[in-house]
Write a protein that binds this ligand. Sequence first.
Ligand code: PM9
Length: 456
Amino acid sequence: MRTIIEPFKIKSVEPIPMTTPEDRHEILRASGYNTFLIKAEHVTIDLLTDSGTGAMSAKQWACILDGDESYAGARSFYRLESAARNLFGFKHIIPTHQGRAAERILFSILGGSGKTIPNNTHFDTTRANIELPGGEAVDLPVEEGRHPELIYDFKGNMDVDALRHLVVSRGPSNVPLIMLTVTNNSGGGQPVSMGNIRAVSEVAKEFGIPLFLDACRFAENAYFIKKRESGYGSRSIIEIVREMFSYSDGCTFSAKKDALVNIGGLLCMNDDDLATKAKNLLVITEGFPTYGGLAGRDLEAVAQGLEEGVNERYLEYRLRSVEYLGEKLLSQGVPILLPTGGHAVYLDSRRFVPQIPQEEFPGQSIVVELYHVGGVRAVEIGSVMFGKYDSQGKFIPPILDLVRLAIPRRVYTQSHIDYVAEAVGEVYLARERLGGYRITYQPPLLRHFTARFEPV
Ligand code: PM9
């Protein structure tokens, strides 16, 4: 088979910063060993996130000029509404400045004390937006999703029996919403099968609970369904997307991922009453319902990005380029979560540095060393991000302890990825030298963004 090439050519370039290991040693110390606190101008390859870091197409840049900046009723809103409705099918399409704004509005209406919201695995902002008003965020991944080394086609699936058990035990009136994150980011960028979406929606219907998709990476999920789920091989991505959404009652959506833009989000639903409440809240903090915290040019770019994000040649390249990095790491014996996800390769911290106890943040140690060795910025998705403490202050580790190498869309070439594989390989060779970290400062919520650390 021929190499799957980038289905685009480069029209505009940005220089990559270069630093020395000595520079990086000092930069790490000054930033409290938290890669979120490192200036981007000191990062050579930035794999912190695939969110808002993609390269827009020439057509999207043309949209930026063409955006209608009218306060109310902008043409760009109607273009976005129609593009989103064409794919997702919802009656109400509400723009927000990004995904978490959609979450905050949704959970301010449906969440709160005594309410439980299950998901295959909540992402950090989703969890925080549920917990802040006093609700409970429960993760119900399938058993296969809990084992990084196990190969299974749909490790992002939700455990449907556990869902039913949770709804019955809490009482359906205390479960205002069921969510499914496609793909399951905290679970390794793993896809959710159509069969699982359907089965979850049946439970939701049985108890009269709405099902919302956390749809950030809906297109990558659809491509996995096409490749892996029987009966979908000859269906188009758009058909698969429409079927995925048809089982749900709404979605939160960060356009910064599969809509290929640098900012933007959506809150969508069919329920008129919920939409009215959401728009009333939107006006207070985001803006009027036809712009929702975005400029007209952003709305226009999201509309165009939604069309490009479901292009099959693009998705084929996208998933293959992530898989390519996974293969390069496996060939060096590096323990990664299998199979590779849609937007990222995840290192399995527990197997990478087994000598570091969970409460000393093994993933953070790998992230720090990877930056030190190669100027590559990754993110810990494990004990720092999701670790909890019981009432006695005892550390409760998360299900998975990972380091994510998130690949921005249409940004890096194959040689950049080769460089990343070399840097990870170097860290792996020296893994026995790595030690743990302790936190010297942390905020009450979403601590990973601003916490500071020191070596133990
Ligand atoms: N995800 C990510 O890097 C960006 C924030 S953390 C660096 O993976 C899911 C599944 C996400 C997500 C963001 C959001 C929030 C919701 N659900 O960042 O607010 O992966 O647009 O989206 C990030 P916004």
